[in-house]
Write a protein that binds this ligand. Structure first.
Ligand code: S3P
Length: 168
């Protein structure tokens, strides 16, 4: 069972899904898949450009298609986009067939990180208040992940160690 499951990282923008996922992949020697990068490759433009030129719905459809396709490839460490787990089909697939880790941080840390981000369209589009509401709404859904990792008081090394301990 353990052998056939991907390790899936989810959480808000700025929660470290890509950076922690990458470290875990190296530690466990399991290939790493970053869904945002695959979307960019597939579309041939940045995420901001996709939002701008094609719209968010187009992005969400592409995200669903690419995420579901890649979750079928076993076995990998997969970093979802922040909205990936909010999609019911993706969520069902992740919960039913894989290990899922929610990287959870205090709201203020997330807002700071999101606001500092230069490449995330939602960071420009949304006010602080809207980001706060998004964090609140999404957290209810993220909490369906199998493992919740409270990252706030931990260093990156400690977060990685905690996840590896759970996994092993
Ligand atoms: C999004 C998060 C981003 C990216 C897109 C939309 C979201 O991924 O998929 O900008 O809806 O939260 P990261 O969480 O990797 O920044």
């Amino acid at each position: 069972m353990h052998l056939n499951k991907n390790l899936v990282f989810l959480g808000m923008m700025g929660s470290g899904k890509s950076s922690i996922g990458n470290l875990i992949s190296k530690k466990l020697n399991i290939p790493f898949i970053d869904i945002d990068n695959l979307i960019v490759e597939n579309a041939g433009m940045s995420i901001s450009e996709i939002f701008e030129k094609k719209g968010e719905d187009y992005f969400r459809n592409l995200e669903e298609k690419i995420t579901l396709k890649n979750l079928k490839k076993i076995k990998n460490v997969v970093s979802l986009g922040g909205g990936g787990f909010i999609n019911a089909k993706i969520r069902k697939e992740v919960i039913s067939n894989h290990f899922s880790f929610w990287l959870n941080w205090d709201e203020s840390t997330l807002i700071k990180r999101i606001k500092n981000s230069k490449k995330r369209p939602l960071a420009f589009k949304l006010s602080d208040q809207e980001i706060r509401a998004l964090i609140k709404d999404r957290s209810k859904i993220y909490s369906e992940a199998e493992f919740k990792i409270n990252c706030n008081k931990l260093t990156k090394t400690e977060i990685v160690r905690k996840i590896i301990k759970i996994y092993e």
